[in-house]
Design a protein. Structure first.
Length: 177
């Protein structure tokens, strides 16, 4: 469906989730912006009329099926259906967004756990006069971090806590989506 319009007479609801947004980029900043078009009540009424016409002309439907579908092809029901479809699409997008962030946060948390275990053992076995090397190696990988201030195990505990907070936020946000 990429680049193609979804036929108004489609009976396949999954096509709604294969839609691709139209994007235009700001010429100066390069920031993407989605093209949107506000839908007015007149647009919904017109769509309902087009849907009714398509139902009347559909030779594959029985008279009873046509009657039932025509009863549902009123602007009010179409508006409600559009709202529900948009809410479903929004929820799916939010859930996907938080699911992707969750996977990354889980990976980060595991990396911090492994590093913390390693540095704790190293901190226990190293003599005090050698621990400056750990702080220096950490500060060389993290810009603007003074080596004399940061103990790697303290820094890793903070990072681990932040990763776990991201996981909690992902749990709660994706469940709400």
């Amino acid at each position: 469906m990429q680049g193609q319009k979804i036929p108004k007479t489609t009976r396949e609801p999954t096509l709604l989730f294969e839609r691709q947004p139209e994007i235009e980029y700001d010429k100066e900043t390069g920031v993407p912006k989605f093209r949107t078009q506000p839908v007015k009540w007149e647009d919904i009424a017109r769509r309902a009329d087009e849907l009714k016409e398509a139902i009347r002309n559909d030779a594959t439907l029985t008279a009873q099926e046509k009657e039932k579908r025509l009863a549902d092809a009123i602007p009010e029901k179409l508006f409600y259906r559009i709202q529900l479809e948009n809410q479903v699409a929004q929820a799916r997008g939010s859930s996907l967004f938080y699911g992707l962030r969750y996977k990354d946060a889980l990976h980060e948390r595991d990396r911090y756990k492994t590093a913390l275990t390693f540095y704790k053992k190293l901190d226990e076995t190293l003599p005090e006069n050698e621990k400056w090397k750990l702080r220096e190696s950490l500060s060389s990988r993290i810009p603007f971090l003074p080596s004399e201030v940061v103990n790697p195990t303290v820094w890793l505990k903070d990072q681990l806590e932040q990763a776990e907070n991201q996981l909690r936020q992902g749990h709660q946000s994706s469940a709400a989506a």
